[in-house]
Design a protein around this ligand. Sequence first.
Ligand code: IMP
Length: 193
Amino acid sequence: MKLFVATHNQHKIREISEILPDLEVVADDPAGVVENAPDFIGNAFIKVRSIASKHPGCWCMADDSGLEVVALGGAPGVYSARYAGEPTDSAKNNGLLLENLKGVEDRRANFTCAIALVSPEGREFSALGKCFGRIAERPSGTAGFGYDPLFIPDGESMSFAELGDERKNRISHRGRALAEAAGIICGESNVLA
Ligand code: IMP
Protein backbone atom coordinates (compact mmCIF):
# COMPACT_ATOMS: atom_id res chain seq x y z
CA MET A 1 0.00 0.00 0.00
CA LYS A 2 1.16 3.54 -0.72
CA LEU A 3 1.69 6.19 1.95
CA PHE A 4 1.84 9.73 0.56
CA VAL A 5 3.83 12.15 2.71
CA ALA A 6 3.36 15.91 2.36
CA THR A 7 7.01 16.92 2.15
CA HIS A 8 9.80 17.70 -0.29
CA ASN A 9 12.36 16.39 2.20
CA GLN A 10 13.88 13.08 1.02
CA HIS A 11 15.57 12.64 4.42
CA LYS A 12 12.10 12.38 5.99
CA ILE A 13 10.94 9.94 3.29
CA ARG A 14 13.92 7.68 4.05
CA GLU A 15 13.32 7.80 7.79
CA ILE A 16 9.60 6.98 7.39
CA SER A 17 10.40 4.14 4.96
CA GLU A 18 12.73 2.60 7.56
CA ILE A 19 10.03 2.69 10.24
CA LEU A 20 7.24 1.52 7.88
CA PRO A 21 9.02 -0.97 5.60
CA ASP A 22 5.76 -2.58 4.39
CA LEU A 23 4.49 0.64 2.86
CA GLU A 24 5.60 2.33 -0.34
CA VAL A 25 6.40 5.82 0.95
CA VAL A 26 5.98 8.54 -1.69
CA ALA A 27 6.69 12.28 -1.34
CA ASP A 28 4.06 14.79 -2.45
CA ASP A 29 5.35 18.34 -2.02
CA PRO A 30 2.63 20.59 -0.53
CA ALA A 31 4.31 23.58 -2.25
CA GLY A 32 2.57 26.89 -1.77
CA VAL A 33 0.53 25.78 1.24
CA VAL A 34 0.48 28.45 3.95
CA GLU A 35 1.35 26.96 7.35
CA ASN A 36 -0.31 29.57 9.55
CA ALA A 37 -1.75 27.47 12.38
CA PRO A 38 -0.76 28.46 15.94
CA ASP A 39 0.52 24.97 16.75
CA PHE A 40 2.39 22.03 15.22
CA ILE A 41 -0.61 19.72 14.84
CA GLY A 42 -2.62 22.47 13.12
CA ASN A 43 0.14 22.96 10.56
CA ALA A 44 0.48 19.20 10.05
CA PHE A 45 -3.26 18.97 9.26
CA ILE A 46 -3.05 21.96 6.86
CA LYS A 47 -0.35 20.07 4.95
CA VAL A 48 -1.94 16.60 4.95
CA ARG A 49 -5.37 17.93 3.94
CA SER A 50 -3.73 19.76 1.03
CA ILE A 51 -2.64 16.43 -0.50
CA ALA A 52 -5.25 13.93 0.77
CA SER A 53 -7.93 14.74 -1.81
CA LYS A 54 -5.44 13.79 -4.57
CA HIS A 55 -4.91 10.28 -3.19
CA PRO A 56 -8.25 8.66 -2.34
CA GLY A 57 -7.90 5.11 -1.03
CA CYS A 58 -4.37 5.70 0.29
CA TRP A 59 -2.87 6.73 3.62
CA CYS A 60 -1.56 10.32 3.69
CA MET A 61 0.73 11.85 6.30
CA ALA A 62 2.29 15.20 7.18
CA ASP A 63 4.49 16.22 10.06
CA ASP A 64 5.42 19.50 11.64
CA SER A 65 8.06 19.95 14.28
CA GLY A 66 10.14 22.46 16.16
CA LEU A 67 11.99 23.45 19.29
CA GLU A 68 10.34 24.88 22.42
CA VAL A 69 12.52 26.59 25.04
CA VAL A 70 11.08 26.98 28.53
CA ALA A 71 12.87 30.25 29.40
CA LEU A 72 11.66 31.78 26.11
CA GLY A 73 8.00 30.93 26.77
CA GLY A 74 8.01 28.12 24.21
CA ALA A 75 9.81 30.02 21.42
CA PRO A 76 10.87 29.46 18.71
CA GLY A 77 8.00 26.90 18.49
CA VAL A 78 6.16 26.98 15.16
CA TYR A 79 8.67 29.63 14.00
CA SER A 80 11.66 27.28 14.50
CA ALA A 81 12.64 27.16 10.81
CA ARG A 82 12.58 30.94 10.40
CA TYR A 83 13.51 32.09 13.93
CA ALA A 84 16.20 34.46 12.61
CA GLY A 85 14.19 35.39 9.49
CA GLU A 86 13.79 34.04 5.98
CA PRO A 87 15.22 32.23 4.12
CA THR A 88 15.86 29.50 6.72
CA ASP A 89 19.43 29.64 8.02
CA SER A 90 20.32 27.17 10.77
CA ALA A 91 23.56 28.91 11.76
CA LYS A 92 21.69 32.21 12.22
CA ASN A 93 18.86 30.48 14.12
CA ASN A 94 21.35 28.84 16.48
CA GLY A 95 23.21 32.14 16.93
CA LEU A 96 20.00 33.98 17.82
CA LEU A 97 18.96 31.25 20.24
CA LEU A 98 22.29 31.47 22.08
CA GLU A 99 22.03 35.26 22.11
CA ASN A 100 18.53 35.12 23.61
CA LEU A 101 19.69 32.65 26.26
CA LYS A 102 22.81 34.62 27.23
CA GLY A 103 23.12 34.53 31.02
CA VAL A 104 20.00 32.37 31.35
CA GLU A 105 20.48 29.47 33.73
CA ASP A 106 17.30 27.57 32.90
CA ARG A 107 18.25 25.85 29.63
CA ARG A 108 15.34 23.35 29.52
CA ALA A 109 13.86 22.73 26.08
CA ASN A 110 12.05 20.11 24.07
CA PHE A 111 11.60 19.14 20.48
CA THR A 112 8.02 18.30 19.46
CA CYS A 113 6.85 16.48 16.36
CA ALA A 114 3.16 16.35 15.42
CA ILE A 115 1.94 13.97 12.74
CA ALA A 116 -1.40 14.25 10.97
CA LEU A 117 -2.79 11.23 9.13
CA VAL A 118 -5.68 10.70 6.75
CA SER A 119 -6.76 7.09 6.27
CA PRO A 120 -7.82 5.54 2.94
CA GLU A 121 -11.44 6.07 4.09
CA GLY A 122 -10.79 9.74 4.86
CA ARG A 123 -10.65 9.41 8.68
CA GLU A 124 -8.23 11.71 10.46
CA PHE A 125 -5.72 10.70 13.16
CA SER A 126 -2.86 12.40 14.98
CA ALA A 127 0.35 11.33 16.70
CA LEU A 128 2.72 13.32 18.90
CA GLY A 129 6.34 12.79 19.93
CA LYS A 130 8.44 14.83 22.32
CA CYS A 131 12.08 14.76 23.30
CA PHE A 132 13.14 16.69 26.42
CA GLY A 133 16.58 18.09 27.04
CA ARG A 134 18.54 21.31 27.36
CA ILE A 135 20.25 23.96 25.24
CA ALA A 136 24.05 23.85 25.37
CA GLU A 137 26.20 26.95 25.92
CA ARG A 138 27.83 26.46 22.51
CA PRO A 139 27.27 24.31 19.39
CA SER A 140 29.02 20.94 19.01
CA GLY A 141 28.89 18.09 16.51
CA THR A 142 28.35 17.92 12.77
CA ALA A 143 25.56 15.37 12.23
CA GLY A 144 21.87 16.16 11.82
CA PHE A 145 20.41 19.55 10.99
CA GLY A 146 18.76 22.62 12.48
CA TYR A 147 19.23 23.00 16.23
CA ASP A 148 20.91 19.59 16.63
CA PRO A 149 24.35 21.06 17.58
CA LEU A 150 22.73 22.89 20.53
CA PHE A 151 20.29 20.30 21.85
CA ILE A 152 21.43 17.84 24.53
CA PRO A 153 18.71 15.26 25.23
CA ASP A 154 18.02 14.25 28.83
CA GLY A 155 20.25 11.38 29.97
CA GLU A 156 23.00 12.30 27.49
CA SER A 157 26.05 14.54 27.72
CA MET A 158 26.38 15.06 23.97
CA SER A 159 24.28 17.05 21.51
CA PHE A 160 22.04 15.43 18.88
CA ALA A 161 24.68 16.49 16.33
CA GLU A 162 27.34 14.52 18.23
CA LEU A 163 25.12 11.48 18.89
CA GLY A 164 24.52 10.88 15.17
CA ASP A 165 21.39 9.94 13.23
CA GLU A 166 20.94 6.36 14.39
CA ARG A 167 21.04 7.14 18.11
CA LYS A 168 19.08 10.34 17.62
CA ASN A 169 16.26 8.60 15.72
CA ARG A 170 15.77 6.11 18.55
CA ILE A 171 14.94 8.83 21.09
CA SER A 172 13.93 11.80 18.97
CA HIS A 173 10.55 13.52 18.85
CA ARG A 174 10.18 12.45 15.21
CA GLY A 175 11.16 8.83 15.91
CA ARG A 176 8.58 8.68 18.72
CA ALA A 177 5.80 10.32 16.71
CA LEU A 178 6.52 8.06 13.73
CA ALA A 179 6.38 4.97 15.94
CA GLU A 180 2.94 6.05 17.15
CA ALA A 181 1.84 6.82 13.58
CA ALA A 182 3.06 3.38 12.51
CA GLY A 183 0.90 1.83 15.24
CA ILE A 184 -2.13 3.75 14.01
CA ILE A 185 -1.54 2.75 10.40
CA CYS A 186 -1.04 -0.88 11.36
CA GLY A 187 -4.31 -0.80 13.27
CA GLU A 188 -2.56 -1.50 16.57
CA SER A 189 -3.74 1.69 18.20
CA ASN A 190 -6.60 4.03 17.59
CA VAL A 191 -5.85 7.62 18.46
CA LEU A 192 -8.54 9.84 17.03
CA ALA A 193 -7.56 13.40 16.15
P1 IMP B 1 10.00 20.61 10.24
O1 IMP B 1 8.58 20.98 10.56
O2 IMP B 1 10.30 19.17 10.52
O3 IMP B 1 10.42 21.05 8.86
O4 IMP B 1 10.90 21.43 11.27
C1 IMP B 1 10.85 22.85 11.38
C2 IMP B 1 12.15 23.36 11.99
O5 IMP B 1 12.27 22.88 13.34
C3 IMP B 1 13.41 22.90 11.29
O6 IMP B 1 13.74 23.76 10.22
C4 IMP B 1 14.44 22.98 12.42
O7 IMP B 1 14.87 24.32 12.59
C5 IMP B 1 13.63 22.59 13.63
N1 IMP B 1 13.73 21.14 13.87
C6 IMP B 1 12.72 20.22 13.76
N2 IMP B 1 13.16 18.99 14.03
C7 IMP B 1 14.49 19.12 14.32
C8 IMP B 1 15.49 18.18 14.67
O8 IMP B 1 15.30 16.95 14.77
N3 IMP B 1 16.72 18.70 14.90
C9 IMP B 1 17.00 20.01 14.80
N4 IMP B 1 16.12 20.92 14.45
C10 IMP B 1 14.84 20.48 14.22
